[in-house]
Design a protein around this ligand. Structure first.
Ligand code: DX5
Ligand code: ZN
Length: 213
């Protein structure tokens, strides 16, 4: 079983962003993962809509924008205007998840939800009909290059089983690399986000293909 590999630009060299996007697109990447962090929801800061708009101009792949920010509802429109295809909110950050997901859809983007490794999957039940992309975190959000949390494999299986005909995609984010891609893909998830396990490879294109097998 294999899944779609979605490169996480967090681990890319931002001084060579265009080249780092082109190399994975040429290797076959169709979805890029873009991590927005605010220093509040997570203890790290990345960038906001302005950089997402720049990435949008450089990329042809779909942009899945992972919002690790407090008060995400304040910024939905800006990120959609910046070119986000999918907007992924954290279950733990949104104050009003159902209306937020509806707002994303009304803005013309695809609504997604991310869940931290220690959150209870059952709290997602009321939202499963409202989302099109479900991101299972397999590290604590905030940084690339962390070790895969094995217990998240069960959450992935639960997320796949809970689909029951619903059209949402299940994705996994954190610690996916050559060592873990096999067990991740075996859970039946659709998408594996890979940052350091891809961009730290000596040959990024070859690594993309190896992970996609
Ligand atoms: C972590 C981010 C991930 C990160 C994954 O908070 O959401 O997308 O880039 O990086 P790796 O693949 O290195 O664990
Ligand atoms: Zn992410």
């Amino acid at each position: 079983m294999s899944c779609i590999i979605s490169p996480s630009l967090l681990s890319a060299d931002f001084a060579q962003l265009e080249e780092q996007i082109k190399v994975v697109e040429a290797a076959g990447a169709t979805r890029l993962h873009v991590d927005v962090m605010d220093g509040h929801f997570v203890p790290n800061i990345t960038f906001g809509p302005m950089i997402v708009a720049a990435i949008h101009r450089l990329a042809t792949a779909t942009l899945d924008v992972h919002l690790m920010i407090e008060y995400p509802h304040r910024y939905l429109e800006q990120f959609v205007q910046a070119g986000a295809h999918t907007l992924i909110l954290h279950l733990e950050a949104s104050r009003n998840l159902a209306p937020d997901l509806t707002a994303i859809r009304e803005l013309g983007a695809v609504p997604g939800v991310a869940i931290k490794p220690d959150s209870d999957f059952t709290t997602l039940a009321p939202y499963l009909d409202l989302l099109d992309y479900l991101l299972i975190m397999s590290v604590q959000p905030g940084f690339g290059g962390q070790q895969f949390i094995e217990a998240s494999l069960e959450t992935m299986e639960t997320a796949v089983a809970a689909r029951q005909g619903r059209p949402y995609l299940v994705a996994v984010d954190g610690g996916v690399n050559l060592d873990t891609i096999g067990v991740v893909a075996a859970t039946g998830v659709d998408i594996a986000v890979v940052g350091s396990g891809l961009y730290q490879a000596p040959d990024i294109a070859a690594r993309f293909k190896e992970l996609s097998r």
